[in-house]
Design a protein around this ligand. Structure first.
Ligand code: C5P
Length: 239
């Protein structure tokens, strides 16, 4: 093949992005579980974007950066020394070498995450880091704005939701299994407040992309949600 054509071919290969499917929705809809299952089934990469906001919140707190200091927190986000290490027990998250896998899942860090997630400069700082997860053979991207901001060209976009009552009930069961005491009405109220805040924030509000398929998981099992998404991916010719 002439050198010029070869160069063009290489260039075109470089421009072809790995495929990606986005799964957005409120917390408690089952996104995390179903995305992990999908990535495992398809042998694709997994982006847990919420973890990046959680890690940014935790790293900022550890560095003593005030969460109102938008430039300071954005600087932390841009320079995160984080590694995701897949293993048999799931993914281990290392922040500056320190295992923070369990710490980032606490309610306290969840609250830090939602505060830093409301800062536009932080979202901008994390944008490229999230896009870098898009590698062959494919990516399952879990978050709030995967289809509307980060991967707008994704061929399959899912918006997974469930009623506030059902999400509250799932959270209640989770907490009780871990031995924590919880009030179901208070959890449901908390979820409603968070939905309101996430849907009405000025930057990257939580909403389905115009081309997203909305799945209501209120009366569905995880297996049913997985099968529905797999059939959407199959119908799109991605597998
Ligand atoms: O999904 P998870 O609960 O881990 O997300 C933690 C927080 O990060 C959420 O409260 C949400 O406000 C924020 N987030 C976001 N955009 C994403 C993922 C998470 O704003 N793509």
């Amino acid at each position: 093949m002439p050198v010029l054509l070869l160069a063009l071919k290489v260039e075109m290969l470089d421009m072809t992005e790995a495929t990606v499917i986005t799964v957005d929705g409120p917390s408690g809809a089952g996104k995390g579980t179903v995305c992990a299952i999908l990535a495992d089934t398809l042998k694709w990469h997994l982006l847990d974007s919420g973890a990046l906001y959680r890690i940014t919140g935790l790293a900022s707190e550890r560095k003593g950066i005030d969460l109102d200091d938008e430039a300071g927190v954005a600087d932390v986000a841009a320079n995160l020394d984080v590694r995701f290490k897949p293993g048999n027990e799931g993914v281990t998250v290392l922040l500056e070498g320190d295992d923070v896998t369990t710490t980032i899942r606490t309610e306290e860090v969840g609250s830090l995450a939602s505060q830093v997630a409301a800062l536009p400069a932080v979202r901008a700082a994390l944008l490229q880091r999230q896009r870098d997860f898009r590698q062959a053979p494919g990516l399952v991207a879990d978050g709030r704005d995967m289809g509307t901001v980060v991967f707008t060209d994704a061929p399959v976009k899912i918006f997974l939701t469930a009623s506030a009552e059902e999400r509250g009930r799932r959270r209640y069961e989770q907490l009780r299994q871990k031995g924590f005491d919880a009030s179901l009405p208070a959890l449901i109220e908390d979820i409603r407040t968070r939905d309101e805040r996430d849907s009405n924030r000025s930057v990257a509000p939580l909403r389905p992309a115009s081309d997203a398929k909305v799945i209501d998981s209120t009366t569905l099992s995880i297996d049913e949600v997985r099968d529905e998404i797999l059939s959407i991916i199959r119908n799109a010719g991605l597998i």
